[in-house]
Design a protein around this ligand. Structure first.
Ligand code: MN3
Length: 199
């Protein structure tokens, strides 16, 4: 069955000046493609090949002997999700039911921004910041390396890659500037709202 590397949902230059064509070329065509390729090589000819990638992620997370498979499966999934979490002209405050839910569960949009910024900024080394739906409540979480919240039984709604390869060409060591730009100019709230509606 395998897992197909999805094309970016926008042009390589579409997120400029916030995220460069060069970052997206390396990030999608090299890093993401590499995880997908290693995932497919690992499951080919095994009983995992007939499972959805989400089921492989959950099964591999529960088996310490499958940490390599977990890393490539989760990174393949995380990046496919991440591309959709951004759009040209994105960012700023969400609207509608999502905005109301954020205000209800965090207290305010500003409080959400504070929690999400802290999660991304304090993830030591490589990882991801997430907005998830946990038992009907929105929460901010972070995971290290390839970690994915579906292994904790919660539903991912938004993610931000904080591996250095996501921002180093454009922001060098300034991860906080990347996070501020992600929230202010890139987040695709339409995608997040659709995920919330489907959860
Ligand atoms: Mn990445």
């Amino acid at each position: 069955m395998g897992y197909e590397l999805p094309a970016l949902p926008y042009d390589y230059t579409a997120l400029e000046p916030h995220i460069s064509k060069s970052t997206l070329e390396f990030h999608h065509d090299k890093h993401h493609a590499g995880y997908v390729s290693k995932y497919n090589a690992a499951v080919e000819g095994t009983d995992m090949d007939s499972k959805s990638i989400e089921d492989v992620i959950k099964a591999a997370a529960a088996d310490p002997a499958k940490s390599g498979l977990f890393n490539n499966a989760a990174q393949a999934w995380n990046h496919s999700f991440y591309w959709n979490c951004m759009k040209p002209g994105g960012g700023g405050q969400p609207t509608g039911a999502l905005a109301e839910k954020i205000a209800a569960d965090f207290g305010s949009y500003e409080k959400f921004v504070e929690e999400f910024t802290t999660a991304g900024g304090t993830q030591f080394g490589s990882g991801w910041a997430w907005l998830v739906l946990d038992g009907g409540t929105l929460k901010v979480t972070k995971t290290s390396n390839a970690g994915n919240p579906i292994t904790d039984g919660v539903t991912p709604l938004l993610t931000m890659d904080v591996w250095e390869h996501a921002y180093y060409l454009d922001y060098q060591n300034k991860r906080p500037a990347y996070i501020e730009t992600f929230l202010g100019s890139l987040v695709n709230w339409d995608f997040v709202a659709a995920n919330l509606a489907a959860a």
